[in-house]
Structure formats: C-alpha cells, structure tokens
Design a binder for this molecule. Sequence first.
Ligand SMILES: NC(=O)c1ccc[n+]([C@@H]2O[C@H](COP(=O)([O-])OP(=O)(O)OC[C@H]3O[C@@H](n4cnc5c(N)ncnc54)[C@H](OP(=O)(O)O)[C@@H]3O)[C@@H](O)[C@H]2O)c1
Length: 311
Amino acid sequence: MTTGVPTFKLNTGAEISSVALGCAAGFTPEDIAHSKSWFLTAAKAGYRTFDTAQIYGTEASLGAAIKESGLPREQVKIVTKLPWHRCEYIERSFNESLTSLGVDYVDVYLLHFPQAISYPTGYDIPTDVETILNGMKILEKPNFNDNWAVLEKLYESGKAKAIGVSNFSIKTLEALAKTAKVTPAVNQVEMSPYCTQNDLVEYCKQKGIQLMAYSPSGHEKVRKDPTIVRLAEKYNISANQLIMAWHVARGVLPVPKSADPERQKQNITLPKLSPEDVAEITGLDKNERIVNKPDENGVLYGWTLEQYGWA
Ligand SMILES: NC(=O)c1ccc[n+]([C@@H]2O[C@H](COP(=O)([O-])OP(=O)(O)OC[C@H]3O[C@@H](n4cnc5c(N)ncnc54)[C@H](OP(=O)(O)O)[C@@H]3O)[C@@H](O)[C@H]2O)c1
C-alpha cells in the first residue's frame, strides 16, 4: 500500500481526491491557532482536498497552511460552507470566506444545512452555546431553493468552481431539484458503518451527485465494533483505515479529521477491500447518527427529522 488516494470526478468535470482532510478543529482560539500546524503536516503527507466551513473558524489557518506548504493553488481543492444564519447575506459571507482563505476562488461551496436560521445577533453568530441552540429562529424565507439560486450565481461567476449541499436527504434534494438550474456537485452527510444511508448512496449515484461522508469513522463506537476490528486485523491496518477504504469502495468521499501526522498518513493509505468485506461492513448499519442526532423531541437545530427527510 502506498500513501495517496485515487480521485473521483465531480459532475463539473473536476477531479477531486477520494479522501479529504476534515478541518473542524474545536472552537477555542488555541484549537484554531494550533490547526495550522496539522493542516500543514497533512498537506506534506499528501492531502490535496481540505474540508472547512466558515463556522469552524479555520479558514484563515487553512489558507495560511496551504501557502506555507508551497503547493500551487491549482493542485489543492478547498471545500467550504455557508453557515445557516448567513442565508440573508450569502455573497457577503462567501467573500469573507475568500478573504479568510486568502484565495480568489473556492473549489466547492456548500450550503452547510438545508434550514435557514436567524439569530438575534444578525450576521454574527452568538458567542454563547445557549443562544446558538435555543435563540434560533427558523426562517420560512429565504428557503434552500432561494439560497441555491444565489449559489448558482456564485458558480456562474467562477468564484465557486462547484456548488453543493450538506445534510440533505433524498426528500430535500428532490425539493431542491424542483427549482435548481444546476445539479449539486456534492452532498456532504453524516455517514459511517452505523449510518450507511444506502438509498441516498444509490440516489446520488444516479443523479451524479458526489457524496462526502462527514464524521466518517463513526468515532470510537464504530472503530471498536468487533467486525471492524476483525476485518482491520485481516488487512493488517487500523480500524479507521478500514472504514475509509470502505467509503471509497462505495464511491463515497470521506473527510476524516486527524491532527496526528501518523494517523493522517494512515487515513490516505488504503487497501482495496473485497466486495464481500465491503458488504459485511455495510451490513453493520443501525441508522445511527453519532454526531448530528436529534434531541428527546426529535429535533435537531430547529428541524424535525421529518423535515430533514431523515425519519
Ligand atoms: N457538514 C457537516 O455538517 C459536518 C459535521 C461534522 C463534521 N464535518 C466534517 O467532518 C470532519 C470529520 O468529522 P469528525 O472529526 O467528527 O470525524 P472523524 O474524522 O470520523 O473522527 C475524528 C476522530 O478520530 C480520530 N482519528 C482520526 N484518524 C484516526 C486513526 N487513523 N486512528 C484512530 N483515531 C483516528 C481523531 O483523533 P486525532 O485527531 O487525535 O487523530 C478524532 O478524534 C470535520 O473535520 C468536518 O470537516 C462536517
């Protein structure tokens, strides 16, 4: 096995490496300041696609790390996302992302969530978690169809080389398709061996939408699953590597986060799994979300699972 992964082709024709570095680093100023160093080790290890978001606060660190790596801009793919509370200010927010990253285009720009939210603070996100979670007002307008029309303009301008969505389901993708002129290039969703979303994988394949898997390992819970442990031993690799290889075998692009240079290398050093092993891992599905799960009322960030189309 050699380090480095094959590429997938987006519906724009662009080639994108089949594993990207997850660039959510934690939210303290120390976490964010520290992130530049592990973005840089990832670039040196061979990562060429980086998944950030305005809400992560890591766009500036990522831009600085890419510059320091010496990699030509055209060899790197940058994915970033519009926060849900910036839907009334999309162009302003997008331009702010470009400035933070220090680039004049991004490779993929995503609607981070289907719902549009407003906070009492307006453009800025509240600083306390309580207001972030409870002070949100779900907007009827603009809705994701309206927001998508603005992303289409960014795409036409060439400043977003591809546009896509995140946390969309078949239900919301179908609703989007009713007004969209451009088919999303990407849908980034939570996906792991415990949340395999087989119908969505099939749907996106048919529509030419590249799925990206976030929180792709399923964290320790899935890494410790006995089937995962046994198959990882069979291939003489770590559980995380096995899971990333499973995503890639399904045509899904995982965005693992690691701040550790050795684990970063592991996550892009992947064997080819046998179809039987891929099927066995897919068979572990429990429709269980590890990160973005609803509260006791079945609500997640102001939307019910039914609204998301996850029920
Ligand atoms: N679109 C969305 O709404 C959304 C939501 C959540 C996340 N995301 C994206 O998904 C990315 C990843 O999410 P995540 O961090 O929850 O998921 P993850 O990559 O599945 O898990 C990260 C955890 O796994 C550990 N790890 C990484 N490689 C490992 C290895 N080879 N062996 C053992 N442990 C390993 C990391 O520790 P070390 O760092 O110490 O290695 C870290 O604790 C984020 O950075 C972000 O880009 C998107």
